[in-house]
Write a protein that binds this ligand. Structure first.
Ligand code: SAM
Length: 229
């Protein structure tokens, strides 16, 4: 019976790939990936040569039946994304759902994931947290999303792009107040890895003074400080 493997790949540092992930990438018939150029870089580093199928939000409806047909035909397939864990703020969910509905064996591998890497070193409570992926873009919707997550009084984690970071921090201040603790995890596992810690007022001021570059995970302690009302 064929298998759809879900294979996490590095979020920056190419050493962060498990021995099992390498073996699975070597053994499968085909690798389904987001941007083939990204995956070719990783595969050439690992000295693996495999047929690739591109799979991203815009082509997934067309691709899913093709991939399911391959699996039904007895081929083993590995699903990877550009970085980190597939299906976490990345394509994969619909393929995995469809595979399960077709009684295909889905095997997940543990591995790199930006949100987990960030929260374990954040110093914020890790016993329970809410992950929001990428927030809604419209300020009103974003505010509502944050307010509703904040009601749970757990560590809130989300992904954010560098060019939207400051605006988002301003909205977080409106929702949680300037005293709420925040941690920005920037460029995890890479040369310029950095954790910016403080309250929302301090961290926003700090970020206003500098050029904002790189990839970010934002974490907010929505326990005591939030909800001024
Ligand atoms: N599936 C991936 C995962 O969970 O690791 C996430 C993919 S999502 C398209 C990309 C976002 O993850 C980036 O915009 C950033 O917010 C976060 N991210 C990925 N790599 C990162 C890194 N090295 N440092 C900080 N954040 C990172």
């Amino acid at each position: 019976m064929s298998i759809l493997y879900i294979v996490p790949t590095p979020i920056g540092n190419l050493e962060d790939i498990t021995l099992r992930a390498v073996r699975i990438l070597q053994e499968v018939d085909t690798i389904v990936c987001e941007d083939t150029r990204q995956t070719i870089k990783l595969l050439s580093h690992l000295k693996i040569s495999k047929p690739l199928i591109s799979f991203y939000t815009q082509n997934q409806l067309k691709r899913i039946p093709q991939i399911i047909a391959m699996l039904k035909d007895g081929k083993n397939v590995a699903l990877v994304s550009d970085c980190g864990t597939p299906a976490i703020s990345d394509p994969g969910y619909f393929l995995i759902k469809e595979a399960l509905e077709n009684n295909i064996n889905v095997v997940p591998l543990p591995g790199p994931c930006a949100l987990i890497t960030a929260v374990i070193a954040s110093g914020l409570p890790t016993d329970s947290f809410v992950f929001l992926g990428f927030l809604k873009r419209k300020p009103g919707k974003m505010r509502k999303e944050l307010e509703s997550a904040g009601q749970q009084k757990k560590t809130i984690i989300f992904y954010e792009s560098p060019h939207r970071l400051l605006k988002t921090l301003e909205i977080c201040k409106e929702v949680f107040g300037g005293n709420a603790n925040v941690v920005l995890a920037r460029e995890l596992t890479k040369k310029f890895e950095e954790f910016v810690r403080g309250n929302l007022d301090q961290v926003t001021k700090n970020m206003q003074k500098r050029e904002i570059l790189g990839e970010f995970v934002v974490m907010i302690e929505a326990y005591e400080a939030c909800f001024n009302s």
